[in-house]
Design a protein around this ligand. Structure first.
Ligand SMILES: Nc1ncnc2c1ncn2[C@@H]1O[C@H](COP(=O)(O)OP(=O)(O)OP(=O)(O)O)[C@@H](O)[C@H]1O
Length: 350
């Protein structure tokens, strides 16, 4: 099944009985607090425009209350917009009839929740095939599908266990197996890993990245954690007070934060795990070095390989293996150090 992207266009959500009446005021720049205090309505989303690539992971990031859940719930229309479009495969989800929407939700989308939402009296296998049961797929067929996904998320041997016999990470694996078993193109993950312990969380990120290599679903992943966003996101959109304040690749965001708010977020990031060698190399056709690094290699990996090989420099090659540039350790170290902020420079000058 070919994946399709999701186009969010001019999406507004104003919570309250007469949301539409305040669209012009919101377009005119009324603040969230003024809309609430003066008119008793809550600005959920303001003019959201995001292209979510087919077969890629789009991460929506922001602090509590920034509008992440409101946004993801528009994609399967658990929330109706005040205005705007959510286009999937040429069709605006917001204009679908009840029956079209039911089909869309059932066959094109799957959700993974933070609290797993597993049924306590059902086994791992029964939970995994729950969606298939609802679709009326015969048990013999659904169990075959369910067992396959249980195996893919690393839970073989636990089919007959109940959720309370499993750790949090294992329960989330069941949540993922259940979501994958209906073969939906769109995977919606709302803070799916936020309740997990840090190491388990990184494990689950790896599970998703490994599966995604092959499945290439259109994934929308909500998080408030920048490290998670950078690890998972082919694209990241950062929300604040219902607005997108920056979107792009993790590297774009780390290298060119749009404002002080995002600068503060990215300050603590390990730049060596985000910045790629082709971003900082000196362009130079023709291999001059013995070590060849693929262009998407991140700086930390490049530095490790160069150090292990006892080399000061390497050639950077494109996807076809053709040399396109050269990089040395000095460049890598310079790029890995966070630039001084305006404040630091001022303190140093005093
Ligand atoms: N049904 C509702 N009625 C009124 N206001 C709402 C409703 N749902 C959400 N909001 C408001 O919309 C804004 C965005 O909320 P949302 O839950 O989408 O944020 P979030 O980024 O997902 O936060 P969190 O990380 O805490 O879940 C908040 O100000 C919230 O209070």
């Amino acid at each position: 099944m070919a994946s399709h992207g999701i186009e969010i266009r001019n999406l507004y959500k104003i919570f309250g009985p007469n949301g539409r009446d305040y669209i012009d005021a919101v377009k005119g720049g009324i603040s969230k607090s003024e809309l609430n205090e003066t008119h008793g309505h809550v600005l959920g989303l303001k003019d959201i425009n995001i292209s979510m690539p087919a077969g890629g992971i789009t991460v929506v990031m922001g602090l509590s209350g920034s509008g992440k859940s409101t946004l993801i719930r528009h994609i399967n229309r658990l929330i109706d917009p005040t205005s705007g479009e959510v286009v999937y495969d040429g069709v605006d989800v917001c204009q679908m009839s009840e029956s079209e929407l039911r089909e869309f939700r059932r066959h094109k989308t799957a959700m993974v929740f933070q609290k797993f939402a597993l049924l306590p009296h059902r086994t791992v296998l029964e939970n995994t095939v729950y969606g298939l049961d609802i679709q009326g797929i015969p048990r013999s067929k659904s169990e075959e599908i369910g067992r396959r996904w249980i195996d893919r998320v690393g839970l073989t041997g636990f089919e007959q266990h109940y959720p309370n016999q499993l750790s949090g990470g294992m329960q989330q694996r069941v949540g993922l197996a259940r979501a994958l078993s209906n073969d939906a193109d769109i995977l919606l993950m709302d803070e799916a890993y936020s309740a997990l312990d840090p190491l388990i969380r990184v494990d689950m990120q790896t599970v998703l990245l490994d599966l995604q290599q092959e499945l290439k679903k259109t994934v929308v992943f909500i998080t408030h954690d920048l490290d998670e966003a950078l690890r998972l996101g082919d694209k990241i959109a950062i929300l604040r007070d219902g607005e997108v304040i920056q979107q792009g690749s993790g590297q774009d965001i780390v290298l060119n934060p749009a404002d002080d708010y995002i600068s503060a977020f990215v300050k603590e990031v390990n730049r060596g795990r985000v910045i790629r060698v082709d971003t900082i190399m000196s362009p130079m056709p023709g291999a001059t070095e013995t070590l060849l690094l693929p262009k998407a290699t991140v700086l930390e990996t490049a530095a490790r390989q160069m150090t292990e090989a006892g080399l000061q420099s390497a050639s950077v090659v494109d996807d076809a293996g053709k040399p396109i540039g050269r990089i040395d350790l000095q460049q890598i170290i310079a790029a890995m150090v966070t630039p001084r902020s305006h404040e630091d420079t001022q303190i140093a000058a005093e």
